[in-house]
Structures are given as structure tokens and as C-alpha cells.
Design a protein around this ligand. Structure first.
Ligand code: C2E
Ligand code: MG
Ligand code: MG
Ligand code: MG
Length: 286
């Protein structure tokens, strides 16, 4: 908050310094916002696709769509940098619409290349702010219809922060998304809102176990305990599970033995460009 910074600075006799810094931060933020808006319009935003595998068979069952931004200066920005800006500025609504649209377009293109259903789902991330501000079921339906993709081919990943604001509204939204046939996944499970009652009330199909519990798990009994607890909770509630951040074979084997359904991580592949992801899928089946 710029005003607060200036006031505080005055009392310490350093008005100029603080004022300038607050101004710089505001300008940087504004600059990034307008560049982000342009990037969405100009196609400087792309999706990368990371495979998600059935741990028991090793078969690729889905690809998670992850946003990538290459600025005009050629700098690659991580979603961890621009998603927060998009959320604060409201640009997450057009960005989220673009991502859904682009994911559906890509899946339709893969199907065409495969001469029929290419046999994988696509997982799209939904931000909590986007869920508050956009008509998500209508938005998803438009994207699916435009590209002739059935809802059963799409997983929507939400975070626990999406559930805190208006429980009745979110419940209606999720029911409408289920009516479209989509799979609903709780992303980064275990890192957010801790009231687990929602798991009973909301139509969640899958828990994604956060990477912070998975990586380093083999050397940390506490992490193993948390992962086991999540797996048994999911099993008791009839939900599937995906472990994020699998980087070694040993981890994949351990998680499979513990009953985790799916795995995702650099062991299988890093996020890949559209064409590379398709080639990777075809090679995995050959
Ligand atoms: P996420 O949904 O939890 O996605 C998984 C992140 O973990 C991705 O980072 C992926 O590259 C990374 N990852 C996957 N496997 C491994 C591994 O084995 N080791 C390590 N160290 N990392 C791994 P990424 O692509 O940087 O995305 C970060 C986050 O940004 C995502 O976390 C998601 O919350 C958000 N995000 C990305 N694209 C979108 C989008 O289109 N919309 C929204 N709302 N959020 C997005
Ligand atoms: Mg995700
Ligand atoms: Mg995740
Ligand atoms: Mg995560």
C-alpha cells in the first residue's frame, strides 16, 4: 500500500526513498498487467503439457495443461510469477478462458492426428478468483462445444482456496461442472484450507497430493505418514489420487505400492510443447 509506505517514511524522514519505491512497484505491476493483457491477445501465451501416468501400468492417462508466457524480450516467465498478477488484476478471467479454450483445441487436434479419440484427458487449472468472478460452467461448455470435446475428456483442477468464499455458490458451480461430465480434482491437496468437511459435501473425484509431501518422502517418515493418510482418506471416500513431483523410479514404485492411482513428475516428462507431447504419447504406446 503506497500511501501507508509514504506516511511511514515521512515519520522516519525518508519520504523520497519510500515514495519512489512504492511508485516503482505500482508501475512495475501496472506494466506487467498491460503486457499480460497483450500477451493473451497476441498469442505470446502458450500451454505446455505434462503427462500423468497410471502408476500400476505406466500408461499415460492425461496431460496437465500449464501456462507459459514468453515476453516480447524473449524472457520465459513462470506461472508462479504471472498467475498472482493475473489474479490481482482480474486478468485471470480472460487468461483462464484462453487456457480452457486452448486445451480443448489441442485435445481436438491430437484426436485428429490420431484419427479418433487419442485416449487421454486434459487437465486444466482453475484459479479461486476465476471461480468467483467467471461463469465457469458456461465458459467450459462453450470451449468444449466449439472443439467437439466431451466433458468426460476434461479434468478441472481447483485449489482449496476456491472453497472458502461462498460455499453454496461453489457447490452449485461444481455440480454444474459434474453435469458436463468433467472430472474434478483438488490440486495441491494438503497445503490449503484444513476443514475437510467439504470432501464429503462436494463432488470431488480426485486428490492431487502436493509435491511438498511427495519429493523427499523416501527420506522422511513424517512425509510418508502424511501421504499414507491422504491415500487412505481418498480410498475411504472413493476418490482417486495423483502424486505430483515424482522424480525417481523408486518414488514411483513406493507410491504405486501404497495404492496411489496416478503419478506426475519429471521422471516421466517435463511439461512439453503441444507437438512434443503428442509425439511422446504416441512413442509411449509403440
Ligand atoms: P500445479 O497445478 O500444481 O502444477 C504442477 C507444477 O509442478 C508445474 O509447475 C510443473 O511443471 C511442476 N512439476 C511437475 N512435476 C515436477 C517435478 O517432478 N519436480 C518439480 N520440481 N516440479 C514439477 P508450473 O508449470 O511452473 O506451474 C506452477 C503452478 O502455476 C501450477 O501448479 C498451477 O497452480 C499454476 N498454473 C499453471 N498454469 C495455470 C493456468 O492455466 N491457470 C491457473 N489458474 N493456474 C495455472
Ligand atoms: Mg494443477
Ligand atoms: Mg498440482
Ligand atoms: Mg502443486
Amino acid at each position: 500500500n503506497g500511501q501507508f509506505a509514504v506516511k511511514r517514511a515521512k515519520s522516519s524522514g525518508r519520504t523520497e526513498v519510500y515514495h519512489t519505491r512504492a511508485f516503482d512497484i505500482a508501475r512495475e505491476q501496472f506494466g506487467m498487467e498491460s503486457e499480460l493483457r497483450r500477451a493473451i491477445e497476441n498469442g505470446d501465451m502458450t500451454l505446455s503439457f505434462q503427462p500423468i501416468c497410471d502408476l500400476a501400468s505406466g500408461r499415460i492417462t492425461a496431460f496437465e495443461a500449464l501456462a507459459r508466457w514468453t515476453t516480447e524480450e524473449g524472457i520465459k516467465l513462470s506461472p508462479n510469477d504471472f498467475i498472482p498478477v493475473a489474479e490481482e488484476s482480474g486478468l485471470i478471467v480472460p487468461l483462464g478462458r484462453w487456457a480452457m479454450e486452448e486445451a480443448a483445441r489441442t485435445l481436438a487436434a491430437w484426436d485428429r492426428s490420431a484419427g479418433g479419440d487419442c485416449g487421454v484427458k486434459v487437465a486444466v487449472n482453475l484459479s479461486a478468483i476465476q471461480l468467483q468472478r467467471d461463469q465457469i460452467p458456461a465458459m467450459v461448455k462453450i470451449a468444449l462445444d466449439r472443439h467437439g470435446i466431451s466433458g468426460a475428456r476434461v479434468t478441472l483442477e481447483l485449489t482449496e482456496s476456491a472453497l472458502v468464499s461462498d460455499p453454496d455458490r461453489i457447490s452449485r458451480t461444481l455440480m454444474a461442472l459434474k453435469d458436463l461430465g468433467t472430472t474434478l480434482a483438488m490440486d495441491d491437496f494438503g497445503t490449503g484450507y484444513s476443514n475437510l468437511a467439504y470432501l464429503q459435501k462436494l463432488p470431488i473425484d480426485l486428490l492431487k497430493i502436493d509435491r511438498s509431501f511427495v519429493s523427499g518422502m523416501l527420506a522422511d517418515r513424517d512425509k510418508v505418514a502424511i501421504v499414507r493418510a491422504i491415500l487412505s482418506l481418498a480410498q475411504a471416500l472413493g476418490m482417486q489420487t495423483t502424486a505430483e513431483g515424482i522424480e525417481t523410479n523408486e518414488l514411483a514404485q513406493t507410491l504405486a505400492a501404497l495404492g496411489c492411482t496416478y503419478g506426475q513428475g519429471f521422471l516421466y516428462a517435463r511439461p512439453l510443447e503441444e507437438r512434443a507431447a503428442y509425439d511422446f504419447l504416441m512413442a509411449s504406446r509403440a
